[in-house]
Design a protein around this ligand. Structure first.
Ligand code: PDD
Length: 280
């Protein structure tokens, strides 16, 4: 384990020394929420949007945000290396209760943890990855960035064991998102991503891509995508803070188009990379 400095409950400590009680509700119940924020050369990408989503997640699980946005920035900045592309993982759980009880204990302080790691590009990212479609077995609060990720973990693991980088999830015949990513498809020349709602996480990368597409006259829309339509798509991408935009070149053992990242991917990925650098 790399022994770097992390943030835990008001203190900066070495990772090996960062300890949380076994009575923490994050450990016992997965009773917490998190955020993943990229940092390019020390600049936290779309920090305000990540903070807004964090506030929404906290509200959904009835936890009070322990810090203002300014305080969060103060807490996270010392963890960053300004010469690297990294990401912050931050987590807030309901805290340590006196006993294991599903209902909230009264008057407990939340546990606040943050760690910074280097962004390591996914292997095969440039040539595209394989994905499989799986039944979306998750709950009705997928818009909440909850640490309770057992379904996502099992789905991703099944994909990995089948030689795929991601599971594309399907609910009632319609595609929702990946196990840890949002999905885009190019169908009849139009870039499509499923609309927001409680069936998907409102991805920050997703919003940036839609915005860039609109500004640069790339036809794009938010609409439902059936699995059948996805199978006929000329391009499929997965998007997330840590992996940015990843082309899927094989779905359920069948090539997407000619099995290479497509022209819309190259165009939008170029826009995304230029936009990212323009913020520095
Ligand atoms: N996951 N959907 C799900 C289920 C996710 O877990 C993620 C990101 C996304 C993409 O959201 P964003 O663009 O804001 O990263 C969509 C993070 C990276 C994770 O759990 O590590």
């Amino acid at each position: 384990m790399e022994n770097k400095t992390v943030y835990l409950n008001g203190q900066y400590v070495l990772l090996a020394e960062a300890k949380v009680s076994v009575m923490d509700r994050g450990f016992l119940f997965g009773d917490g929420v998190y955020e993943v924020i990229p940092s390019y050369s020390g600049h936290l990408f779309h920090f305000q949007e990540h903070m807004e989503r964090l506030e929404n997640s906290l509200n959904s699980i009835r936890l009070v945000n322990p810090h203002s946005r300014e305080q969060w920035l103060e807490i996270l900045t010392p963890l960053l290396d300004f010469s690297l592309d990294q990401y912050i993982y931050l987590q807030i759980t309901r805290g340590v209760g006196p006993k294991r009880d599903h209902a909230f204990p009264e008057n407990i302080a939340p546990t606040v943890f943050a760690i910074c790691s280097n962004i390591v590009p996914l292997e095969g990212k440039d040539s595209g990855v394989k994905a499989i479609s799986l039944d979306d077995s998750r709950w009705d609060l997928c818009n909440v960035k909850a640490t309770t990720l057992l379904a996502n973990i099992l789905l991703r693991q099944e994909a990995v064991e089948k030689g795929c980088a991601e599971a594309i999830l399907v609910k009632d015949g319609y595609v929702t998102e990946g196990a840890a990513s949002n999905i885009f498809a190019v169908i009849d020349g139009i870039l499509i991503t499923p609309p927001k709602g409680n069936g998907i996480l409102p991805g920050i990368t997703r919003d940036v891509i839609l915005e860039l597409a609109k500004k640069n006259n790339v036809p794009a829309t938010e609409d439902i995508i059936s699995l059948e339509a996805l199978k006929s798509a000329s391009e499929i991408w997965l998007t997330s803070s840590t992996r940015e935009i990843i082309p899927v070149v094989e779905l359920d053992s069948k090539k997407v188009s000619d099995g290479k990242p497509g022209p819309v991917f190259h165009a939008v990925n170029g826009l995304f990379q230029a936009y990212k650098r323009s913020l520095l």
